[in-house]
Design a protein around this ligand. Structure first.
Ligand code: ARG
Ligand code: ZN
Length: 845
């Protein structure tokens, strides 16, 4: 049942054009297709196979003559001429019954589609693979007022509209929307002089909440022209916000479809984080127009070709639009929390997987975020100029093609002359390399001794050394920088690098900017870390020094029952009160490592503390921090108020982040008095959620939760926050009951993925609650995975990753988790998605 990268063969038939007519109806939509096929000269195979699932075939014809194809659950075969021919078919589908949200479905009365990766086959019979590219013409017939598809509008009348997309594309980029929608509109003239109409379509009730999305789109278009020389290529660019959506958003050509939480925003309903996400995801999907659409993937094994690159590009954009230092730190926090965790468990897989059963299970942190890190390393190795040259060659050479990772690396080799044979291991070897560092100093020479080792992962017991670009700087003991950032290139399993002409033993700042996605292992004194925290010129490592101090203090508290370390509290206080530092940076420095992170770290050290022990220690450290800095918090709180109306920009958002961090520490001292006042006075969602969080964290806030629910009952995106917050911040002993109770709430519409993720995902993020020794958390999540799997396999399968950390828990918990995984695995009618996930989760036992 799995497919393998090595089995790739070119398609038997190519498509010259596609004409589709949709007669929309909730349960009886007709799809009429006319497709011009021609034998592929590059293929041996002459078997004619079209993918098709859950379709009712009403008629089919070849060159006007009726045919009767053989159909099964995966598609159809048919005898065809040995020359170009026209295929015609009419099928019936039922969008309203489509709860999987893949193919054509309905959300709040509107029709919408999601085809990536293999959803087009639920719309009509077609060679649903990304290396078959064709221009599409689409006619939509419906009484709904707004009818959209890819490309440019051609014609429209009462009850119909026609669209034509001249750019050949794979079927996964097809999209259709029909509904009662209103647009927030703008225009953009490209550097090539093309005037583009921009529309963000939302339901009438949401009108007025798309301004920030439109603004982000315009800035993205400008940025891609300026930085990558990429201009937009159609007369219109449409974005539609949809409430029921499995993922974040989708880059369909000229018609991006978004989860509404990544479009809709107003100061009253969206937090700073929401604004940040909207900007980032609007940019991401827009950037796909070149990295994904104009150049697409040959097959789904190459997913990182478009996703890694597009994530890398959107990170560059965010760094340029906001603070580069803060963006880098946030990206690394997320990478460690999600990708390192994935790499360390049973679901570990290479950035380019070699086999899969269900491709939807591989839209992962490894493919996306590690895929982006690999490109960041490449750029560091060849330098910005080499990178620009390689990218220019990539666009020139592969425009209009379905490409591979080999093609991608070849443009770097051709543009820069560098041999990337060894570098390619980043795409094929799973697991996070561990880099151990020792050093010595004699006669003015400082030497770093490096050793890399990548632990075994499923199917990959042995790993070869990888190319690791290591950005290093050296500080004098007084904190002055004596050697600025240099990039060392590690290629061997063990290697040493020497720095000469030094007056004294330096303090090394290693892995500056997090120059490679590795775990750095080095015995370091607290004094060295304090020097780096106070003086490092590299903002990432300055933050990292604080994080390592916090991690070690927490480790000692958890493992040895130690008291919170005073020197650490002083060092953190110095950062928090340093007004020369960006408030956003200071807020990040005050954030302690998460409980899940601590569990992973301690497991790597050979310890298996109970989740409650970790939780209690972390709370104790927060309390200690609150008490130790008790005079600082009110000063920060008073000094950081943002004057004037709410602005989502990085500067104000950073002030709010630090101010709310102060507020949450104050709540630990004053029982929440200030937070209650803050909640009552809040005029924007960031402050409202910040105050509520501060209260929930100290076990208060019941009244505020009620007021919040009354105020926002009609706003589903805000109510998602209400659901998520109380589960994820519940005291460990209450978390499962809170979640269960919320699943019985009248507004718990579990078929809406956002709401499902708020409650069930909220529970899995409450580490000590989810891992309650009784196993009640595991049971509740497994129950819901089974229920959701029957309706929406993609969303259920994704949530099953909550169990990927089982190897780091004690044997009692492991047995409880295993029992739940067994229960899921033996369920009749399990989806392919969930079947593959539980098989992989259970395998590494
Ligand atoms: N290509 C989309 C993006 O990253 C994600 C679509 C994923 N869809 C899925 N069904 N797995 O922007
Ligand atoms: Zn993407």
């Amino acid at each position: 049942q799995p497919v393998f990268l090595r089995d790739y063969t070119p398609p038997a038939y190519l498509v010259d054009s596609v004409d589709l007519t949709f007669r929309l109806h909730p349960t009886k939509t007709r799809v009429i297709s006319r497709i011009a096929f021609r034998p592929n000269p590059a293929a041996q195979d002459r078997r004619f196979f079209l993918h098709g699932e859950e379709l009712t075939l009403l008629r089919a014809a070849i060159d006007g003559t009726k045919v009767t194809p053989q159909t099964d659950t995966e598609g159809l075969t048919c005898t065809v001429p040995d020359a170009p021919f026209t295929w015609e078919a009419e099928v019936e589908i039922a969008p309203e019954e489509n709860t999987a949200l893949e193919g054509l479905y309905m959300s709040n009365g509107m029709y919408c589609s999601q085809c990536e990766a293999e959803g087009f086959r639920k719309i009509t019979y077609y060679p649903d693979r990304p290396d078959v590219m064709a221009p599409f013409t689409v006619r939509i017939e419906s009484d709904l007022p707004v009818l959209l598809s890819n490309g440019n509008p051609v014609a429209q009348g009462t009850g119909w509209a026609e669209w034509h997309d001249p750019w050949p594309k794979p079927a996964y980029l097809f999209a259709l929307v029909a509904g009662d929608l209103v647009a927030t509109s703008g225009a953009f003239t490209t550097c090539e002089g093309r005037k583009v109409d921009l529309n963000i379509w939302v339901r009438p009730a949401d009108h007025g909440k798309a301004d920030y999305a439109l603004d982000s789109l315009i800035r993205s278009m400008k940025w891609d022209e300026q930085v990558y020389g990429r201009a937009y290529d159609l007369d219109v660019f449409n974005i539609v916000a949809v409430d029921d959506f499995n993922m974040g958003a989708m880059e369909n050509k000229g018609l991006n479809i978004f989860n509404s939480r990544y479009v809709l925003a107003s100061p009253q309903t969206a937090t700073d984080r929401d604004y940040d996400n909207i900007e980032r995801i609007i940019a991401h999907e827009y950037f796909h127009n070149w990295t994904g659409n104009r150049i697409t993937c040959r097959d789904w094994f190459q997913l990182c070709l478009k996703e890694g690159l597009t994530v890398f590009r959107d990170s560059q954009f965010s760094a340029d639009e906001r603070s580069a230092a803060v963006k880098r730190i946030e990206d690394v926090i997320a990478l460690r929390a999600r990708q390192f965790r994935e790499d360390a468990g049973p679901l570990a897989h290479p950035v380019r997987p070699e086999s899969f059963t269900e491709i939807n299970n591989f839209y992962t942190a490894t493919v996306y975020e590690k895929g982006a890190e690999v490109i960041g390393m490449l750029r560091r190795l060849v330098g910005p100029a080499g990178y620009d040259k390689a990218l220019a060659l990539y666009f020139e050479r592969h425009d209009g093609q379905a490409a591979t990772i080999e093609d991608w690396l070849k443009v770097f080799e051709d543009a820069t002359g560098r041999d990337l044979t060894q570098f390619k291991r980043w795409y094929s070897q799973a697991g996070t390399p561990r880099l151990s560092v020792t050093d010595d100093f004699a006669d003015g020479t400082y030497t770093l001794h490096l050793r890399q080792e990548t632990p075994p992962t499923p199917g990959q017991p042995d790993k070869a050394p990888q190319v690791i670009p290591l950005a290093v700087g050296l500080l004098a003991p007084n904190g002055d920088e004596v050697v600025p950032t240099t990039v060392l290139e590690m290629t061997e399993a063990e290697q040493s690098f020497a720095f000469t002409g030094l007056d004294a033993r330096p303090v090394p700042s290693i892995l500056r900017g997090f120059s490679a996605p590795v775990v750095l292992e080095r015995e370091t004194s607290a004094q060295e870390r304090a020097v780096l925290l106070a003086h490092d010129t590299d903002p990432f490592n300055k933050w990292e020094a604080g994080r390592l101090l916090a991690r070690d203090v927490l480790t000692a508290m958890i493992r040895d029952g130690a008291a919170p370390d005073g020197a650490f509290l002083d060092a953190l206080a110095a950062v928090a009160r340093d007004a020369t530092l960006d408030p956003a940076f200071r807020a990040l420095a005050l954030r302690l490592p998460g409980e899940d992170q601590m569990a992973e770290h301690l497991h790597a050290l050979g310890h298996t503390p109970g989740p409650l022990t970790i939780h209690t220690a972390r709370e104790a450290l927060k309390d200690a921090l609150a008490g130790h800095l008790q005079t600082l918090w009110p000063a920060l709180y008073d000094g950081l108020a943002c004057p004037g109306p709410y602005s989502p920009g990085a500067a104000d958002a950073g002030r709010r982040a630090l101010r709310l961090a102060a507020l949450s520490h104050m709540a630990r001292l004053d029982g929440g008095a200030q937070a209650r006042a803050h909640f009552a006075a809040a005029d924007n969602m960031t402050d409202e959620i910040g105050a509520l969080t501060a209260l929930l964290e100290i076990g208060a806030g019941t009244e505020e939760l009620d007021r919040f629910a009354t105020r926002w009952a009609e706003d589903r995106l805000v109510m998602d926050k209400w659901f998520a917050l109380q589960v994820s911040l519940a005291a460990p002993e209450n978390a499962v009951d809170t979640a269960r109770c919320l699943t019985e709430h009248a507004a718990f519409n579990w078929k809406n993925p956002n709401r499902f993720r708020a409650v069930i995902g909220g529970l899995t993020m409450n580490a000590a609650g989810f891992h309650d020794a009784s196993g009640a958390g595991y049971r509740l999540v497994a129950d819901w995975l089974l229920r959701m799997d029957a309706a929406n396999p993609q969303t259920a399968a994704r949530m099953s990753t909550a169990f990927e950390t089982w190897p780091r828990y004690d044997s009692e918990r492991q047995a409880l988790i295993r029992a739940e995984l067994d229960r899921i695995a033996t369920q009749a009618g399990l989806s392919r998605d969930m079947g593959e996930m539980v098989a992989r989760l259970r395998a590494a036992g």
